[in-house]
Design a protein around this ligand. Sequence first.
Ligand SMILES: Nc1nc2c(c(=O)[nH]1)N[C@H]1C(S)=C(S)[C@@H](COP(=O)(O)OP(=O)(O)OC[C@H]3O[C@@H](n4cnc5c(=O)[nH]c(N)nc54)[C@H](O)[C@@H]3O)O[C@H]1N2
Ligand SMILES: Nc1nc2c(c(=O)[nH]1)N[C@H]1C(S)=C(S)[C@@H](COP(=O)(O)OP(=O)(O)OC[C@H]3O[C@@H](n4cnc5c(=O)[nH]c(N)nc54)[C@H](O)[C@@H]3O)O[C@H]1N2
Ligand code: SF4
Ligand SMILES: [Mo]
Length: 701
Amino acid sequence: MCDLPTSTGAQVSTHCPYCALQCGTTLGGGRRDGVTVRPADFPVNQGRLCHKGWTAPDLLTAPDRLTQPLLRGPDGQPRRTSWTTALDTVAHRLRAIRDEHGPDAVAVFGGGGLTNEKAYLLGKFARLALGTSQIDYNGRFCMSSAAAAGNAAFGLDRGLPFPVTDLARAETVLLAGANVAETMPPLMRHLTHAQLIVVDPRRTPTAERAALHLQPAPGTDLALALGLLHAATVDGLLDETYIRERTHGFDAAVHRALTWRPERVEEVTGVPAHAQHQAVRMLARSRGAYVLTGRGVEQHSTGTDTAAALINLALALGLPGRDGSGYGCLTGQGNGQGGREHGQKADQLPGYRLITDPAARAHVAGVWGVGPDQLPGPGRPAYQLLDALGTDQGPRALLVFGSNPAVSAPHASRVTERLAALDLLVVADFVPSETARLADVVLPVAQWAEEEGTLTNLEGRLLRRRALLPPPDGVRDDLRVLHDLAVRLGEPPERYPTEPRTVFEELRAASRGGRADYSGITYRRLDDGEALYWPCPQTPEPHPGTPRLFHDRFAHPDGRARFAEVDHRGPAEETSDPYPLYATTGRVLAHYQSGAQTRRVGELRAAVPEPFVEMHPDTARQSGLADHELARITSARGSMTARTRLDATMRPDTVFLPFHFPGAGRANLVTHPALDPVSGMPEFKVCAVRVTPAPEQGETP
Ligand SMILES: Nc1nc2c(c(=O)[nH]1)N[C@H]1C(S)=C(S)[C@@H](COP(=O)(O)OP(=O)(O)OC[C@H]3O[C@@H](n4cnc5c(=O)[nH]c(N)nc54)[C@H](O)[C@@H]3O)O[C@H]1N2
Ligand SMILES: Nc1nc2c(c(=O)[nH]1)N[C@H]1C(S)=C(S)[C@@H](COP(=O)(O)OP(=O)(O)OC[C@H]3O[C@@H](n4cnc5c(=O)[nH]c(N)nc54)[C@H](O)[C@@H]3O)O[C@H]1N2
Ligand code: SF4
Ligand SMILES: [Mo]
């Protein structure tokens, strides 16, 4: 494909540091005169970048960038210190906590932005150097519902089981709870020829481009998906040959759906019955059709079942694994895909293996040179882990690499309180994030343009991240930090390589034979410009990788996909007199996640400087508010403040809050930590709130 040459003089070919689209870029310049970024002619972005991508170099020189370790003194103040002191202190205190309370008293929280190499080494470090089962990561808040549903249905979870460029040939694309025009703008280029069906309670910039916009109440997508399957069945739009030849379990699934007449669904969701019939007709009568999900349908206590119900619909129409059609979930973070494959997940070992599987344990223990008994069992999923910190049964120390849970975790006041209750909080970051500000020890690490590695984009394609610059003086990369700590904890140094390429060689061996098999992929092949999608096993002739999955068979032993028997359940919290409105949360174009990075980029901060609450003008009036006024949004968990943004396209029963802001503007002060029973996904996308005027008090955070 069209990867540019590796590096020509002062130019380097790499990828954007932010989202899972992983737009190809060419970097030039230097620290002194400024780093420049140009979009590459890479298949996913075809010469385009979004506002965040264009401004990413600014982050390299953020004024408050961390360049020296910080250690909190006896007076409670963080002070600059040397690496030796910082690492010695961390190792000493970890040992003491472990000796007193056992290895599970030490926990690790990782991130889907970490390269494959870091995610892999972090998992190994937790299991061997710390000996703890207590590791999980922010991807639990991101991909876990779609992953659980995909594994159950297809026997394998790869966000998109086809290259993004395939979408350009589609006639119809259903985007369920995905606001791609803001969250992956260059992806819209692949959707210009398709008629879009957008399912979103808000009229987003993506919905503006839709041929059909379905606007359900938050938390009702499961009913909607059942209604769509019902409509497909009664309207005679099923692909019966496909159902017979390629799937199992249709009868039980449709039995449930047949109780969900579109008129009944209309009562629950607000989506007119005729629009449900129309949506199914558009999908079924197209020559090529795709169903794609985003966080809007997945971040619910019913997220796994909702994703499963949408997979049911796609299977009933015969879309997955068919040329020019398909089903997929849009991965979120830069390495959202690879980050969930190589062992930073509580129940997982590298290669997308289960930590409870004796064969998987034996294989990975063999690669690590230890006995299988040395590997701990599964730990707690992310929210349960954060919720247990500093409690009698929970961990007493936490190491954070690549996440800012003080802002991004649900019920943030509780999580902040738990972080503060720890005996030891260590955060590796390149900026003083809100979580780093709570830490006892802060370790300053390198950024994207200063390091080598690989990431796996939303298509399951392996990409090389390449360094333009060395990190600033005083800064170390994450691999080196893990190595330095492991050695101080008594581990053999060679067990924690600091060279990304060496770590990748080990990851290849550890993933060999696993579901996400990377063993046939090398830096050399990637640097030669090969487009390699996993699974890519090591074979006598170089394996070409697998851009398209499921064309011949699904990954279950019998080759068939599974329908799921699911029924509608509403959100964990319904509206009530004290909390009469639904709040949903999500993203804006200019900011990324907890905002730790993008709030430090001047142009992006100027674009969206402060938290806001989007609401219908009538809802505002009933709440005693006008446009641009300060509002207090209160749920049973707590309250936050944000400035009103009136929008007549909003559902009057729903307000929208971006979660990119800190302090009193944290949307997660109100979100509900109800969890999906299968995936552990929190209910970020719906809770009950009231909105009232708030006193103006100078600047908002
Ligand atoms: N600009 C920007 N881009 C990003 C990111 C970012 O932070 N900022 N983050 C990246 C990451 S990690 C991720 S996971 C992706 C997320 O990408 P998306 O899933 O597109 O992002 P969200 O804004 O979280 O949610 C999408 C839409 O879901 C809608 N929604 C809310 N509740 C419901 C509901 O109950 N049902 C339905 N059907 N829809 C609902 C919201 O109104 C919103 O428009 O974006 C990636 N790209
Ligand atoms: N209300 C609400 N909450 C949400 C969501 C929502 O839609 N609504 N979405 C959820 C989703 S999908 C996600 S993915 C999470 C994300 O939320 P977070 O996990 O908080 O994600 P980031 O803000 O990207 O935080 C990453 C942190 O790690 C640092 N960092 C980046 N790269 C590296 C690295 O390579 N090494 C190290 N050591 N540090 C690094 C960054 O500077 C930043 O401080 O938020 C979740 N929270
Ligand atoms: S779409 Fe994602 S990868 Fe592309 S420039 Fe924007 S943030 Fe970066
Ligand atoms: Mo995400």
